[in-house]
Design a protein around this ligand. Structure first.
Ligand SMILES: C[S@@+](CC[C@H](N)C(=O)[O-])C[C@H]1O[C@@H](n2cnc3c(N)ncnc32)[C@H](O)[C@@H]1O
Length: 359
């Protein structure tokens, strides 16, 4: 269909016809489409910069010319110069008088030694890239050809290495609202713990705390290594296996953590985990359920909505749930005092208490 040469003058294009007064006098910008087209390249520019150690090298060298950097990184100077243009366009580097340098965002999130580093997370966060190429087939067929559940350790080991810094910061900050550091010898159960960022935060903040850490065979080694490095092995038991069937004590724990595990489980799986958590908590104990949730209309929380697509692309039943759905499940399971905290940006955690009279 041919576009009008002067869309702003189209007489038939009135509110009565389309109900969008904005488009009566000005067509919408194409910028969102360009943003998507560039999205693929943007991801790969950042991954390349990380793979070439660009941010760590600039952190060491300080402001540098592209030629000095190319020599230091042992790469083609003209190609690096172009990659640097891309990284500047992404908003992670600044250029002054021919020298490039890190900006505050890169220093905090992309230098590997930063406590908030996301450097290991960037390449693995979208899930297996081949599953994005097959997204249309997945939507047609109703399932990805190669879901991560076929080989969970292969996917989750690098993922939980990558998410550890972010979730551990979230867990540490959560103490300001949860005050787990002040509990008397709390027992923590961390289901699908990954590198155990939650259990470690509690063990480090409270000398009397002990933890049971669960994850699948092959993934639990990551938690073991991180707990050992911090000298916390004596207060930690590792219980490998499927969180739907491992043995759990009843009415026992002060805190049960379901950290970013529900979204890959579908509704039935998530409900089952919530009920398991309820049973394992002592009366008065609290469930911490962290994930990316969206509003009831499924229209406001872009990050959570896109996370749902990421789950669809690579898991059998993964999805993004709304705040209302989770609230309803916690209520139905018997929890009280349900609230949501956001200890750091983008990280929402439901906190729900098992009633003192509950069992
Ligand atoms: C997205 S990671 C979250 C890790 C950690 N809880 C956090 O908040 O950072 C999901 C974790 O759940 C684990 N997991 C997935 N399915 C599981 C199952 N059936 N039983 C136990 N753990 C499972 C994965 O191995 C992975 O470590």
């Amino acid at each position: 269909m041919a576009d009008s040469p002067y869309p702003e003058l189209k007489k038939t294009h009135t509110m009565a016809h389309v109900g969008r007064p904005y488009t009566d006098y000005k067509p919408p910008a194409a910028a969102p489409v360009w943003a998507v087209i560039e999205g693929y390249g943007r991801f790969h520019v950042l991954v390349s910069a990380l793979q070439l150690n660009l941010f760590d090298t600039l952190d060491e060298l300080g402001p540098s010319t592209p030629d000095d950097l190319a020599e230091q990184l042992d790469v083609s100077a003209p190609h690096l110069a172009t990659l640097l243009d891309g990284v500047i366009a992404l908003g992670f580097l600044e250029r002054h008088r021919g020298r490039v340098q890190l900006n505050d965002t890169a220093r905090r999130y992309l230098v590997s030694s930063s406590p908030a580093s996301m450097a290991d997370l960037v390449p693995v966060s979208p899930g297996p890239l081949a599953n994005w190429d097959r997204l249309t087939d997945t939507v047609r067929a109703g399932a990805p050809a190669e879901p991560i559940e076929n080989d969970p350790a292969n996917f989750y080991v690098p993922l939980v290495e990558g998410t550890f810094t972010t979730i551990n910061r979230c867990a540490q900050r959560a103490d300001l609202q949860l005050r787990y550091s002040a509990l008397d010898c709390p027992r923590v159960l961390d289901l699908g713990a990954g590198g155990a960022p939650w259990a470690i935060a509690v063990l480090e903040a409270n000398d009397g705390a002990s933890a049971v850490v669960n994850d699948l065979d092959g993934v639990i080694d990551v938690a073991q290594e991180k707990v050992a490095t911090r000298g916390l092995l004596a207060r930690c038991e590792f219980r490998a296996g499927d969180f739907h069937d491992i043995e759990l004590e009843a009415d026992h724990y002060d805190l049960v953590v379901l950290g970013h595990v529900c979204r890959s489980e579908g509704i039935d799986g998530a409900l089952h985990l919530i009920v398991r958590a309820y049973d394992a908590l002592r009366p008065g104990g609290r469930l911490l359920l962290g994930d990316y949730f969206c509003d009831e209309e499924r229209s406001q929380a872009d990050h959570a909505l896109m996370m749902g697509v990421t789950m669809m692309a690579s898991t059998r039943v993964g999805a993004t749930f709304t705040f209302g759905q989770v609230n309803g499940w916690l209520d139905a399971a018997g929890f009280d005092d349900v609230r949501v905290i956001e200890p750091i940006g983008f990280q929402h955690v439901f906190v729900a208490t098992k009633p003192r009279g509950g069992s």
